[in-house]
Design a protein around this ligand. Structure first.
Ligand SMILES: Nc1ncnc2c1ncn2[C@@H]1O[C@H](COP(=O)(O)OP(=O)(O)O)[C@@H](O)[C@H]1O
Ligand SMILES: Nc1ncnc2c1ncn2[C@H]1C[C@H](O)[C@@H](COP(=O)(O)O)O1
Length: 222
């Protein structure tokens, strides 16, 4: 019996991993997909033609980058839909709009007209059949210090060179965002409670929690 069967996780489930930059989403995505034998959906970082430019000049590249991420996520949503689920997704589309686009608009690094165009594009996409809500959103949370340490340790120069104030603002926005998020069930995990790098077995209680959480929310829907 594999972990998916053991913990009663449906094979068509879509689980999305949310949380600020560097908190450990990709690591969690890979680990869960491995244990559940699910496919993965990652965001494009290395092959992203705007990301480096964006970190050098937010004002100039915010809109281009948001449209790029939106197009990529739309293609991924369509792919997950066409496979009929069974995916772990690294970051939700809700974060693009609820965190990044909003933050740059409110900081003044995305113009009101660009933000309006972006928002209407996002709303048009969400109205297509490719956007069912995920079965579960796993929210990874930790202190700002430990997250900044991880960003430094991972070593993407564009992120290392970004002032800590940027990560601090994002951290705060994430806390507010998750406290009012209600598009799908949320399981919150504190990054101090597991270590997938040094202690791979710390995934077991997480798998168990995911199973019982999905079953409970399915019962509530009946
Ligand atoms: N559970 C963990 N314990 C210790 N270090 C971790 C853990 N998860 C991720 N890391 C480390 O933190 C850094 C950022 O992780 P990553 O998964 O790339 O984050 P994200 O996808 O959220 O940006 C990487 O250097 C990774 O090895
Ligand atoms: N929608 C986005 N707007 C701006 N920047 C974004 C967006 N989505 C992801 N990013 C950035 C943040 C990081 O530098 C990389 C990858 O994110 P990560 O949390 O490390 O997976 O892309």
């Amino acid at each position: 019996m594999n972990a998916r069967e053991k913990y009663g996780i449906p094979q068509d489930a879509v689980i999305t991993i949310a949380g600020t930059v560097g908190v450990g989403k990709s690591t969690m995505t890979k680990t869960l997909a491995h244990h559940l034998q699910f496919r993965t959906s990652f965001e494009k970082v290395d092959a992203n033609p705007y990301l480096d430019k964006f970190y050098k000049d937010f004002e100039k590249w915010s809109f281009h980058l948001q449209v790029y991420f939106l197009a990529e996520r739309f293609k991924e949503q369509k792919r997950m839909f066409e496979y009929g689920g069974g995916f772990i997704q690294d970051r939700s589309i809700y974060e693009d709009t609820g965190i990044f686009a909003k933050m740059h608009y409110e900081k003044g690094t995305m113009s009101p007209v660009d933000y309006e165009t972006y928002t209407s594009l996002f709303e048009a996409m969400v109205m297509t059949p490719y956007f069912p809500h995920p079965n579960l959103l796993i929210y990874l949370e930790g202190s700002l210090d430990s997250i900044v340490d991880r960003i430094q340790e991972r070593g993407r120069p564009m992120e290392q060179e970004t002032p800590i104030a940027y990560w601090e603002e994002m951290h705060e926005r994430y806390e507010n965002w998750i406290n009012s998020f209600n598009a799908c069930p949320v399981l919150r995990l504190d990054i101090n409670d597991y270590d997938l790098v040094k202690d791979p077995e710390s995934i077991d209680p997480i798998l168990e929690k995911i199973g019982s959480f999905i079953q409970q929310t399915a019962l509530l829907k009946k």
